[in-house]
Design a protein around this ligand. Structure first.
Ligand code: AMP
Ligand code: MG
Length: 470
């Protein structure tokens, strides 16, 4: 039985300025690293028994029937600077199935490649595979990983490295930057088509630019609140890495924090901390203001539209604050939060900052006192804080402990484990890659088998910088 993907491609019906037809470039010796069978099944993909065939298809070496491969156009603000010409430089959308995009990343250069080689090396491919699937298991909206394939070719970075292709699945790859690209070209017809397409695909109840903007703002506010709740730092929240669907996309220099600090930055290229942990709420609002600006031409830039869109963007911090209170409230066992809970949460985070406490393990410690301490309880303010918290929990329904068990992961993808996994894989040993995937699939079930993944890094293991890995 040959591999079958039930393609139903719709993006190609949009005006052709939005994409370039582009076939992936075949690779020399595709070898399957891993294939996400449950995800494949949910997408209606069948006939995946033959690893060699799977490797050929998901490296771009063999085009599956029904694929209509394209590279998508987009633009964007990178670190606040406008870049009119981005687009899929090394990615190709094979097509859509069951409403999801199937995209190869690292599959060769496209017309948007600028000076890039269109390729990816194994490290970032495995990182994205593990971290995006972990994010999904944490119940946070994200693109998924369907396959990782080694190409059998070397790619040249600071040294020759093994090449790989990642297959990414997304509700869509439409970005704030996709709208920006059309607005910058004053392509009103394109904008209108993309707006209608985005509404139909992601927000069936919306049918105007304002309704789309409001929907994206709401989703993105909840997304960023969820990132904060697991100590996630995206690292490169450029407008081209900000989806209309509200899914997390682009696992480049991202990181999960070990010791808590609101100013934490990992990305080697984020020199001024624009995308620091605690700046993410402000940045997402800035990105939404760019989306609003791109949608305005559809309303002839009228004063009423400017006023309405401004109002929607200005509402975002309030939506995000409420979402933040709710996610952190649940981490403390509170499902019905009140404004007064803000100070309970903030005081805890301040103590964690003072003590350099491990973020994930601190919440585990509060959930289950048999968990090893993180230094939190030795803070001078902790006893008072704890009694205030206990008072707040009195007679709460549902049972706070149950709520906390489901809100505080016992395992997250820690940077030092990811780094160790990548160096092992480069030397041909995939055991850590597979172990991490298995362990991270059930983040809320404390499993002694994976205890070693829950320890913060030792001083010599600590990762202080992450890289884009392009
Ligand atoms: P990213 O940092 O992944 O968000 O990528 C920013 C832009 O650079 C996008 O337009 C990518 O398609 C492009 N790009 C990144 N790496 C490569 C590469 N190796 N070859 C061609 N284009 C690339
Ligand atoms: Mg990107």
């Amino acid at each position: 039985m040959t591999l079958h993907i039930p393609f139903e491609n719709t993006y190609v019906n949009l005006p052709n300025r939005l994409f370039s037809r582009q076939k992936p470039t075949p690779v020399r010796a595709p070898t399957l690293v891993t294939f996400n069978q449950p995800l494949a099944e949910s997408l209606g993909i069948s006939g995946t028994q033959d690893d060699q065939e799977v490797a050929k298809v998901f490296s771009g070496t063999m085009l599956p029937e029904g694929a209509d491969p394209i590279a998508q156009l987009y633009a964007g603000h990178q670190f606040g600077h406008w870049n009119p010409q981005l687009g899929d430089g090394r990615a190709v959308l094979l097509g859509e199935t069951k409403g999801y995009d199937i995209q190869l990343k690292g599959s060769g250069p496209t017309p948007y490649a600028r000076r890039g080689d269109g390729r990816a090396w194994l490290g970032p491919v495995l990182r994205e595979y593990v971290v995006s699937e972990a994010m999904h298991a944490l119940a946070i909206p994200t693109t998924r990983a369907l396959a990782a394939v080694e190409t059998g070719e070397e790619v040249m970075r600071d040294r020759p490295l093994p090449g790989a292709v990642l297959t990414r699945v997304a509700a869509s790859h439409i970005r704030v930057g996709t709208f920006q690209a059309l607005a910058a070209r004053q392509d009103l017809e394109g904008l209108q088509s993309l707006m209608e397409f985005s509404c139909a695909r992601h927000y069936p109840d919306a049918d105007t630019p304002a309704a789309l903007l409001k929907s994206v703002i709401t989703r993105q506010a909840h997304l960023v609140a969820q990132w904060l709740s697991v100590g996630f730092i995206h690292g490169v929240m450029n407008t081209d890495n900000c989806t209309i669907s509200g899914e997390t996309i682009d696992y480049g220099p991202c990181a999960f924090m070990d010791a808590f600090h609101p100013g934490m930055v990992f990305s080697s290229i984020d020199r001024h901390g624009r995308y620091a942990y605690g700046n993410q709420p402000e940045i997402i609002a800035w990105n939404m203001a760019q989306l609003a600006t791109s949608l305005l031409p559809l309303e002839n830039n009228s004063d009423t539209a400017v006023e309405e869109f401004t109002h929607l963007v200005n509402e975002m911090p309030g939506i995000l604050r409420q979402a933040w209170r709710d996610v952190f409230g649940r981490k403390l066992g509170i499902t019905e939060t009140i404004a007064d809970d803000d100070s309970l949460i903030s005081q805890l985070l301040a103590m964690m900052t003072d003590q350099k406490s491990d973020f994930t393990n601190s919440f585990r410690y509060l959930t289950d006192s048999s968990v090893t301490s993180t230094g939190l309880e030795t803070h001078k303010d902790f006893p008072n804080w704890r009694s205030r918290w206990q008072d707040r929990l009195t007679d709460l329904e549902p049972d706070p402990e149950m709520v906390m068990q489901h809100a505080n992961p016992f395992i997250i993808p820690r940077n030092h484990q990811i780094e160790a996994m990548i160096s092992q894989a480069v030397s041909g040993d995939y055991s850590l890659f597979h172990a991490l995937n298995t362990a991270l699939a059930k983040p809320f079930e404390a499993n002694p088998e994976w205890d070693h993944f829950t320890s913060p890094p030792s001083a010599s293991e600590r990762v202080t910088q992450t890289f884009c890995g392009t």
